[in-house]
Design a protein around this ligand. Structure first.
Ligand SMILES: [Zn+2]
Length: 452
């Protein structure tokens, strides 16, 4: 198994610390608002990583944190706390906000068939661990105190800029609104924040009543559940420059070494029509896609068809096409397929997933299997075996609304008319179908029928 390690900027042979056991920590969601499909893209990709390792025989422990406190609107220390902003927006307490959006997050995981992590620790439930960790850094001389709180002194960690190749001397700090003017270096960061009278979520600490900085929870919780040194730490590429850089600094401050041996980062889901934004009304959640009539696993199909470091350009058209492909795969279902998996195809599949999770290549093997002349039982058994990694629930009955045969027949006739470029007839048939209460939507090479 080879994985791309951000720490060394190259693909490396993956070697677990202990036998075949693998510990993975993934930076999880901040539960202050709905997780949209862009957020969920990351979690599906790390679910694929976990599934790949388990498929290859590793015993994986997966930890993902839930940030429910102390996370500002930007990665740095500045800006309003996201949880409290959400609470103001909705007129409920930050605790209620956290609960509400944690549920939406878990629901999204389930709809996308993400394996639920072994541990989903919450920041608010690990305040003592965070205080303990910051105390360790303090004892080892990596911190100083200001009126705003306890600050990590980056000058004590000579390799601070190394992980993200930061050019600190060129960093434009003029644009940053600093909450703490007493910082020695602009990139020094707060471990514990005090003297914020308007902040609702607060706890006692050796440095006064306050709350932890965002970066602290990930180092505290990853090491609590996986040990001071573990195998893989994941996150989005946006985490490299600040969040993970600071996590590594914290680990060095507290333990004198890095926590994770491999740091893996996903690129982003972007929209074909440009930026995802609430004002443009194109920020989709998994729940919304489902309400629009899509199978959430069609989104998963799109994600498993791309590489985690390449990102995904999303559009509703591509989602429709993905649903067609997904249902095509499901149509190879046979009863009592048995367990005879084709060795040769399996080897090709394993080669792809072992190469830094090359999912596009793995999906090529899936379609090669479909097109092969294997007997239906072996074909289906092989596809089901691959589905342990894909997580597409291929075994599920094709999710079609009950479309009467009469309607399907009319739609088929219409497609024929279209192919013959008989537009008049195709429009006439569309009208008949519509009058009977159904809508035909054209896809690239096929069509979809929906109840109106
Ligand atoms: Zn994190």
């Amino acid at each position: 198994m080879k994985v791309y390690n951000t720490a060394t900027r190259q693909k490396e042979e993956f070697k677990p610390i202990k036998d075949n056991k693998v510990g993975i920590y993934s930076c999880g969601p901040t539960v202050y608002w709905n997780q949209h499909i862009g957020n969920m893209y990351a979690f599906v990709n790390w679910d694929i990583l976990v599934r790949v390792l388990r498929y290859l025989g590793y015993d994986v422990t997966w930890v993902m944190n839930i940030t429910d406190v102390g996370h500002n609107t930007s990665d740095g220390d500045e800006g309003e706390d996201k949880m409290e902003k959400g609470a103001k927006r909705e007129g409920i307490s930050p605790w209620e906000i956290a609960k509400k959006y944690e549920e939406q997050f878990i629901d999204s995981l389930k709809k996308l068939n993400v394996v639920i992590p072994n541990y989903l620790p919450k920041a608010t439930e690990h305040i003592n661990e965070q205080i303990e960790l910051a105390s360790k850094m303090e004892k080892r001389g990596f911190t100083y105190k200001t009126k705003t709180g306890l600050v990590y002194d980056t000058s004590k960690f000579p390799d601070y800029a190394k992980f993200a190749n930061l050019k600190l001397e060129e960093m434009d700090v003029g644009n940053r609104v600093e909450v703490d003017e007493e910082k020695k270096n602009p990139w020094d960061f707060l471990l514990w924040i005090t003297n914020q009278p308007n902040h609702i979520m607060k706890w006692n600490s050796p440095w006064g009543e306050g709350f932890p900085g965002w970066h602290l929870e990930c180092t505290a919780m990853s090491t609590k559940y996986l040990g001071e040194q573990f195998d893989i730490h994941t996150g989005g590429i946006e985490h490299i420059g600040v969040h993970h850089t600071n996590e590594i600094a914290q680990a060095f401050g507290a333990f004198g070494h890095n926590t994770a041996n491999y740091w893996m980062h996903n690129a982003w889901l972007t929209l074909k029509e440009g930026k995802m934004s609430k004002s443009l009304g194109n920020v989709y959640t998994v729940q919304q896609l489902e309400e629009m009539g899509y199978d959430p696993l069609a989104l998963r199909y799109l994600i498993v068809s791309t590489h985690y470091r390449s990102g995904l350009v999303f559009s509703l058209d591509s989602l429709k096409a993905a649903e067609v492909s997904l249902n095509k795969l499901r149509s190879f279902r046979v009863e009592n397929a048995g367990s005879k998996v084709n060795e040769e195809l399996r080897n090709e599949f394993v080669a792809a997933i072992s190469n830094d999770i090359a999912m596009p290549e793995a999906m090529a093997v899936v379609w090669k299997t479909v097109k092969s002349n294997l007997n239906p039982e072996e074909k289906w058994a092989t596809l089901l075996d691959f589905d342990k990694v894909l997580g597409l629930e291929l075994d599920k009955e094709i999710k079609e609304e009950e479309i009467p045969e009469e309607i399907t027949k009319l739609a088929e006739e219409r497609i024929k008319a279209k192919q013959e470029k008989n537009w008049e007839e195709s429009d006439r048939l569309r009208g008949i179908i519509k009058n009977k209460g159904y809508l035909v939507e054209d896809l690239k090479d096929s069509y979809k029928i929906k109840k109106i």
